[in-house]
Design a protein around this ligand. Structure first.
Ligand SMILES: *Cc1c(COP(=O)(O)O)cnc(C)c1O
Length: 232
């Protein structure tokens, strides 16, 4: 089942890349495995997936030792400062930096384990009250405040677009995220690149690719519907 799902998602990704006149190597699929058991991640791994996205520190620390060490673990969810220390040596990239306090803590913990952790700034692109992230209008200023911290490298932007049944509704948000990245690039800030745009989920990854996504984060369309219990 995972194998067939992956085939379909990967084929849709290829079509979107071709439609946009981009290169296959421009876009990487992150399989969002939150709430899913290790056996399912193993199945995706055996199909060639190496990038996995999780949104809970505890899930990363539990799954990490149970799976091959060439996996790139992406922290994509809200990260509490007091938990950064548990994943600083494990995550490949943190997509969800949305406060100076968090950036400072990641910096401190990265230095402690002798790493430079690539980070993305999470932008609240739909300006939704329920969502984490820096406001679009404050993004540049935020990057300027954190760009010279040791142990982190600002690599781009991430967004979770508003929920919609119609992917086309989110095209304007993906365009906006891309534009913010261009504007920041034009400022030539030290230690900052805007190479990564992490945008697009099960409902809208094709549109996101057409608008410049370099990572798409797909969960449901690979692993099926998630069941949450009181603990997650
Ligand atoms: C859960 C999650 C996803 C994947 O969502 P699906 O709709 O299941 O593809 C992507 N990004 C973030 C930040 C998530 O929390």
């Amino acid at each position: 089942m995972i194998k067939d799902n992956l085939k379909e998602v990967e084929s849709n990704i290829s079509k979107a890349i071709a439609k946009a006149g981009r290169k296959e190597s421009d876009v990487t699929l992150i399989a969002v495995s939150k709430t899913k058991p290790v056996e399912m991640l193993k199945e995706a791994y055996d199909c060639g997936i190496r990038d996995f996205g999780e949104n809970k520190v505890q899930e990363i620390t539990e799954k990490y030792p149970a799976l091959p060490d060439d996996i790139r673990w992406h922290m994509i969810g809200h990260l509490q400062t007091n938990k950064v220390k548990y994943i600083a040596d494990k995550v490949y990239m943190i997509h969800s930096v949305e406060s100076e306090k968090l950036a400072l803590e990641i910096s401190k913990r990265a230095v402690a384990v002798n790493r430079v952790i690539p980070v993305l700034i999470e932008v609240n692109i739909g300006d939704e009250e329920s969502k984490f992230g820096i406001k679009a209008s404050e993004c540049l200023e935020f990057v300027e405040r954190i760009h010279d911290l040791p142990g982190i490298k600002v690599n781009g932007l991430m967004c979770v677009a508003p929920y919609t049944e119609n992917a086309e509704d989110n095209r304007k948000y993906f365009k906006l995220l891309k534009q913010i990245a261009i504007d920041i690039t034009n400022k030539n800030i030290d230690n900052v690149s805007m190479d990564v745009l992490s945008m697009g989920m099960s409902g809208d990854y094709e549109v996101a690719i057409e608008e410049g996504a370099t990572y798409v984060r797909v969960g449901t369309n690979i692993f099926g519907i998630r069941q949450y219990n009181v603990n997650n």
